[in-house]
Write a protein that binds this ligand. Structure first.
Ligand code: GLN
Length: 192
């Protein structure tokens, strides 16, 4: 099983390490050529969504990745990655893949709460994980979801993790938590 990690900017190495520790092979997507290798899943890491979105288009990777997501390839998206997937962004004019029917708000917690840690309860199909250590770094939250979207976690009544079909997306950084259970759930999605 091989996971491709978008590696144009942001916190991609931490995802690679976590997946490798779980016995999964990873490849890095840095340029169009890299898309020629076969892979079974995709990670869109945290970082800066505007930079990642621009690079994806400039490097010619945007259309093929959008197609793969639409065709059902399992995706794990964190923070900026969630913004790349979102259908709507309520405080930015830019749009990217638009494969996830949610509305996000970027940098939603303001300056004072730029970064914070929260031990939050997972719910829905990830309820069995119980409490999970959530690291938020200039994070978005999910302001709206359509009924088909499954809510997987909320903090202060704001949605911070969802699943929709093949897309697992969260506002926090599971790759920085030292707790690999969300990555394990993603691996299960690839198995099915
Ligand atoms: N603030 C970033 C953005 O809007 C996301 C932050 C992150 O990925 N940690 O893209």
């Amino acid at each position: 099983m091989t996971v491709a990690v978008l590696a144009v900017q942001g916190a991609f190495i931490e995802h690679e390490k976590m997946l490798q520790n779980l016995g999964v092979e990873t490849i890095e997507l840095r340029q169009k050529e890299d898309l020629k290798q076969p892979f079974d899943g995709l990670v869109l890491p945290g970082g800066e969504s505007t930079v990642q979105g621009k690079l994806l288009k400039e490097l010619g990777m945007f259309d093929s990745l959008k197609e793969k997501i639409e065709e059902g390839m399992p995706v794990l998206a964190t923070c900026a990655g969630l913004i790349l997937l979102a259908e709507q962004i309520n405080n930015d004019d830019k749009r990217y893949f638009q494969t996830l029917p949610v509305t996000v708000k970027r940098n939603a917690y303001g300056r004072q709460l730029g970064s914070f840690h929260f031990e939050g309860a997972m719910q829905g199909s990830l309820q069995e994980l119980g409490t999970y250590p959530m690291e938020f770094i200039r994070a978005p939250y999910i302001a709206e979801v359509t009924p088909e979207v499954e809510v997987l976690a909320q903090v202060d009544q704001k949605i911070v993790a969802v699943r929709y079909q093949n897309q697992l997306a969260m506002a926090f950084h599971p790759e920085l938590s030292g707790d690999d259970r969300i990555h394990q759930s993603f691996i299960k999605m690839m198995d099915n």
